[in-house]
Design a protein around this ligand. Structure first.
Ligand SMILES: *Cc1c(COP(=O)(O)O)cnc(C)c1O
Length: 398
């Protein structure tokens, strides 16, 4: 029994016993605590030095967050995973662990808008060189590697054009040039249900778990996954020293709950996306459907090779360009106009004015992002209702 003191205020703070091993909740409790206490200074010292297990401060480790990290590592086939407060927290913690002044990052030019801003406008302020290329063009990868290249960074499928890069081929080229180069893949769109980049030769996977992994649109979270020594670096240097982008226990609990239905949700998302794409390719008002499942998509064969199926996200270009695209979005009745993706609701947004507003018109052009591009994150509603809403919105486009 703990010594609880006799004063009222002291008892408010110290009375009661924390449940121990005899209490076995089915769902992981939310360990809502910043710090953890020790029996002695010596024990505290051993815990800090890593000589014995246990927790000491939630920025370095928390039981709720740790269970989630172990699950994500298992799903990605990684030795370890580090949870972060957002996808951008994961990306910045990973990249700051790898790069520094004088180093060079080779990145794809079609990226999540904030990642593009971090690489193009953020890291370059601190002496990191960044070259943007098209990583689906293997020759471009080969030609742009340099002696000081420390990382190759890409998304596949890429946001928002669903461009596909061949992870295995990119990793082979990068590691052939210099085995120390870290190939980092943002696996947010595919998720480990569809694609496991580490098995294809990537060194690190980053995630916005705000999207499909959580799946309920009620939390921000991110992950970095990879070899244990690399993840120790990300935790002890990237998160602890550089970004502090730690995941809270409440959010970890929400993602743990979301994950219980992850596979079922992904199956439904992908089935609905397939049906919507099948309809869209037959509608003469739609100019192009950007979906790896469409046989004319340039990444179709690579996607077939490295993904379980073609995923839950697509983009479309409507005849009539930018104005037609915006008219279409404005006339949707059930689907929501919102950025983000991976939620139960079908979310639709206009890339150039929303998620990719960090790109200048020239940069949009270079990245192959048409001005009228509309991105659709296909939700969990009934496919007939999604298709009916899209159809009636197309009827309204002048
Ligand atoms: C949303 C997203 C991010 C950023 O994640 P946050 O959780 O919003 O910080 C990064 N990459 C991709 C592909 C995304 O869709």
């Amino acid at each position: 029994m703990e010594h609880t003191g006799t004063g009222f205020g002291t008892q408010v703070i110290h009375s009661g016993v924390t449940p121990g091993k005899d209490c076995r909740p089915l769902s992981m409790p939310i360990y809502q605590t910043s710090t953890f206490y020790f029996d002695t200074c010596e024990q505290g010292g051993r815990c800090f030095a890593g000589e014995e297990g246990g927790y000491y401060y939630s920025r370095m480790g928390n039981p709720t967050v740790q269970l989630l990290e172990e699950k994500i590592a298992a799903l990605e086939g990684a030795e370890a995973a580090v949870a972060t407060g957002s996808g951008m927290g994961a990306i910045s913690s990973a990249l700051w662990s790898i790069a520094g002044a004088g180093k060079h990052i080779l990145a794809d030019k079609t990226l999540y808008g904030c990642t593009f801003a971090l690489l193009g406008h953020g890291m370059t302020r601190y002496g990191v060189e960044v070259t943007f290329i098209d990583t689906s063009d293997l020759k471009a990868v080969e030609e742009n590697l340099r002696e000081n290249t420390c990382a190759v960074y890409l998304e596949t499928p890429a946001n928002p054009t669903l461009k596909i890069a061949d992870i295995q081929a990119v990793a082979r080229i990068a590691h052939g040039y210099d085995p120390n180069i870290k190939v980092v893949v943002d696996n947010t769109f595919a998720t480990p249900y569809l694609q496991r980049p580490l098995e294809l030769g990537a060194d690190m996977v980053v995630h916005s778990a705000t999207k499909f992994l959580n799946g309920h649109g009620d939390a921000l979270a991110g992950f970095v996954c990879g070899r244990r020594d690399l993840m120790d670096q990300v935790r002890m240097f990237g998160v602890k020293d550089m970004t502090g982008s730690v995941l809270g226990a409440q959010e970890a609990f929400l993602v743990l709950r979301g994950l219980k239905t992850f596979e079922l949700r992904m199956m439904r998302h992908c089935e609905n996306a397939r049906k919507l794409a099948d309809y869209l390719v037959t509608d003469p008002r739609v100019e192009t459907v950007y979906f790896p499942g469409v046989p004319t998509h340039p990444g179709h064969e690579t996607a077939k090779k490295q993904m379980r199926c073609f995923g839950p996200v697509m983009s479309i270009e409507i005849k009539g360009g930018k104005q037609a695209g915006m008219d279409f979005v404005d006339h949707l009745r059930m689907c929501r106009i919102a950025v983000s993706l991976g939620d139960a609701e079908t979310l639709v947004q206009h890339a150039a004015s929303m998620t990719h507003s960090a790109y200048s018109p020239e940069e949009l052009k270079a990245a192959g992002i048409p001005e009228g591009l509309v991105r659709i994150s296909v939700g969990l509603e009934n496919a007939e209702d999604i298709i009916a809403d899209v159809k009636q919105a197309l009827d309204h486009v002048k």
